[in-house]
Design a binder for this molecule. Structure first.
Ligand code: GLC
Length: 533
């Protein structure tokens, strides 16, 4: 386990929208370098940068054309190496985004794989054996290649699935997970990883990590074997580099070798109960959206009731979250970390339905829960979800990918280009939050985050490893009280003061949003409070 993870707090950067230093309207590596001090000052000591590799950008870079070359629009490989160096000088680690499940349809491997004559890449992707035969379980494309066969997709049409084999090959065109072709794909992915880690990168966030071996791998045996092999390589060759999975099943992902696994606010999942628990919804589109964030819902706000736990008086139930979380926590304790996110580039920003005060209480909890937390750029200032037309395959996700708001004035400090030339427009609202003003306002969300992260870094009991114990959590009741090591913490998202009897001595409040006390065996939590005793 890389030792730095126990006190890591990540900042996720969507490079397109962070900071543009050459006035071409899109963010760049130099822009990230320019803002490293801001990130360090906020209390984040690690970055996750979304894919920044050569790509036709049909899925914002998750369609990689060349794994070893940066996209020119962000800068050269050398610029990225410099970013690693500059970040390290400031004590910041840098994780890149690894997309092992598919390439772009323009990747050289795929172009060669399409050819009729057999070559090194023929089996790098998953092909059926005849131009008219497809797959029962996956979308596939036919009619586009010289070779007679159809190929399986991993996500969008532009993303052919790489071949990691099948657990139980039941058709002639499926190969086993230990076949030569599957092993060659795995070794090719290792080669990509080594390339970047040799040049200073500190590990990877792994895209769609749980679905490499296709559908018959229900228990994830095949996919887990793949990652265990990768982990063994990392332990041997890069013991201080880290892997975090987009999997949302920490009980499985951490056993498979990941150091951390994200909990995403997937519809119906426990995490979604915290900030995305919409019920009595009359709009089917929102409910059918796996991220529970469909743009269809954006104009339909009145049509659902928000029962998210952190919604003031939303009537949410922390037990619905805890039931899932504690199962994951108990199953993965000692094996790796669960990562809680403020949100990410695929989901609606939490400010969509939570006010700044609600966000403070929410962030209070996620930054003091076990494991390694992630903050999505702009969530520290309460940046808004914008209703934007799709860009680079973003669809409803585009609204969470708008340019970072640094200060008042031209393009809110994101870029010196003309507004029409920007990758995406900046928030046009007159009261759009910005980092500069937030830093000056002692009551801002940003300053709350900063103070809490400072406390976290000073106190191992608030970091990744300290034990979690639930002290009070009852359906329909508040507050929610938990212990981390020697600290007692309480969360009350409601508008009324609440109290609960605790078997604990009197303690001082060392951090708070709102008011509260712990005296004579009674913990009192004021309206909308987050308390650390
Ligand atoms: C992951 C990424 C998402 C991308 C998809 C396909 O879910 O987070 O942005 O579109 O994988 O690579």
């Amino acid at each position: 386990m890389p030792s730095w993870l126990k006190d890591a707090v990540f900042y996720e950067i969507y490079p397109q929208s962070f900071r543009d230093t050459n006035a071409d309207g899109i963010g760049d590596f130099n822009g990230i370098i320019e803002k490293l001090d801001y990130i360090a000052d906020l209390g984040c000591n690690a970055l996750w940068i979304n894919p920044c590799f050569d790509s036709p950008f049909k899925d914002a870079g998750y369609d990689v054309r060349d794994y070893k070359k940066t996209a020119e629009r962000y800068g050269s490989n050398e610029d990225l190496y410099r970013l690693f160096d500059e970040a390290h000088k400031k004590g910041i680690k840098v994780l890149l985004d690894l997309v092992p499940g598919h390439t772009s349809e323009e990747h050289e491997w795929f172009l060669k794989s399409k050819k009729n004559e057999k070559n090194e890449y023929s089996d790098r992707f998953i092909w059926t054996d005849f131009c008219f035969s497809g797959s029962r379980d996956y979308p596939y494309i036919g009619g586009e290649s010289e070779r007679s066969g159809t190929y399986l997709l991993s996500f969008f049409k532009c993303q052919p699935a790489l071949n990691y084999g099948w657990l139980n090959p039941d058709e002639s065109w499926k190969c086993a997970i230990d076949s030569e072709a599957a092993v060659a794909t795995r070794e090719a992915m290792k080669d990509v990883m080594r390339f970047w880690m040799d040049r200073g990168c500190d590990g990877f966030r792994v895209d769609m990590a749980g679905s490499l071996v296709k559908c018959d791998d229900v228990k994830k045996t095949g996919t887990s074997l793949f990652w265990q092999d990768i982990r063994a390589m990392m332990d041997r060759e890069y013991p201080e580099c880290a892997l975090v999975s987009e999997w949302s099943q920490p009980d499985i992902a951490l056993k498979a070798g990941f150091h951390m696994d994200f909990l995403l606010n997937v519809h119906g999942g426990g995490y979604s109960r915290l900030i995305r628990d919409y019920q009595n919804n009359t709009d089917h589109n929102i409910l059918s959206d796996p991220f529970f964030t469909g743009a269809a819902g954006i104009d339909e706000k009145g049509q659902y009731e928000d029962h998210s736990f952190f919604k003031k008086d939303g009537g949410g139930d922390i037990c619905l979250f805890l039931e899932e979380y504690l199962n994951f926590y108990n199953a993965s304790k000692g094996k790796g970390y669960i990562s809680m996110l403020t949100c990410n580039h695929d989901t609606v920003r939490p400010s969509y339905n939570l006010t700044d005060r609600e966000l403070k209480v929410f962030y209070g909890m996620i930054f003091t829960f076990p494991g390694v937390p992630f903050l999505y750029y702009g969530d520290e200032i309460g940046m808004r979800y914008l209703n934007l037309p799709t860009k680079e395959g973003g669809y409803f996700r585009t609204g969470s990918r708008s340019p970072m708001q640094w200060k008042r004035g031209k393009n809110l400090g994101f870029s010196d280009a003309e507004a029409e030339a920007l990758y995406l427009p900046v928030d046009p609202a007159g009261d759009a939050p910005n980092a500069e003003d937030s830093l000056k306002d002692p009551d801002s969300l940003l300053n709350m985050v900063k103070a809490l992260l400072k406390l976290r870094h000073s106190d191992p009991d608030l970091q990744a490893d300290a034990e979690l114990e639930v002290l009070y959590a009852e359906a329909g009741r508040l507050p929610f009280v938990y212990r981390r090591g020697a600290r007692i913490l309480a969360v009350n998202p409601g508008s009324a003061e609440v109290s609960v009897r605790l078997d604990a001595e009197d303690r001082d409040l060392i951090f708070s949003v709102g008011e509260g006390c712990l005296k004579d065996g009674i913990l009192k939590a004021g309206p909308q409070s987050f308390l650390v005793f």
